[in-house]
Design a protein around this ligand. Structure first.
Ligand code: ZN
Length: 181
């Protein structure tokens, strides 16, 4: 391999930006399956998803959004992008209260709508070493966890808004992404 090739490979390894699917792409509706083994491929996917999320920029990304139907989610709600969280096979084991929060989504660009979800959640997941952990979340993190787990089940935040609004967003994005091709 040439030195140039090696450099390219190195850059590719650390900075692989993944393509994000956009609503109404039907691949976003596929249900993700559990991660059964944390392989090098899964670790690389988590790294690439974080890069892709920071680059976008966004605060959360589910594997479905990059066309991988595995139950893997990355989140960072910190101001300075210093607190990456990786959830493998996440499950909400407790929910409390209700709160309305304005949501957006990297798969639904430039659309922001109010969605009512649980106010606080307790989530159970595996980390990249396969170790189980539980986390209590409130505020933006609670919203984000619920939003991302929805993705794993093929659900989008626009499913919670009126049909009229959803159709409007759908038409706009269909037009926008057709023009880009
Ligand atoms: Zn989303």
């Amino acid at each position: 391999m040439t030195r140039f090739g090696q450099l390219f490979n190195l850059l590719g390894l650390f900075m692989a930006l993944l393509e994000i699917l956009h609503f109404p792409d039907q691949r976003l509706r596929k249900k993700a399956t559990a991660v059964t083994e944390i392989t090098a491929k899964i670790r690389q996917l988590a790294e690439d998803m974080l890069e892709t999320m920071y680059d976008a920029p966004g605060v959360g990304l589910a594997a479905n959004q990059v066309n991988v139907q595995k139950r893997l989610v990355v989140i960072d709600v910190s101001e300075d992008k210093s607190s990456p969280l990786i959830f493998i096979n996440p499950e909400i084991i407790n929910k409390q209260g209700e709160r309305e929060h304005e949501e957006g989504c990297l798969s639904v660009p430039e659309a922001y709508e109010l969605v009512t979800r649980a106010d606080t959640v307790r989530v159970k997941a595996l980390d990249l070493d396969g170790v189980a952990f539980e986390l209590d979340a409130d505020e933006l993190l609670a919203t984000c966890i619920q939003h991302e787990i929805d993705h794993l089940d093929g659900k989008l935040f626009v499913d919670y808004i009126s049909n009229l609004k959803r159709q409007r967003i759908k038409k706009r994005l269909e037009k926008q992404f057709k023009q880009q091709r």
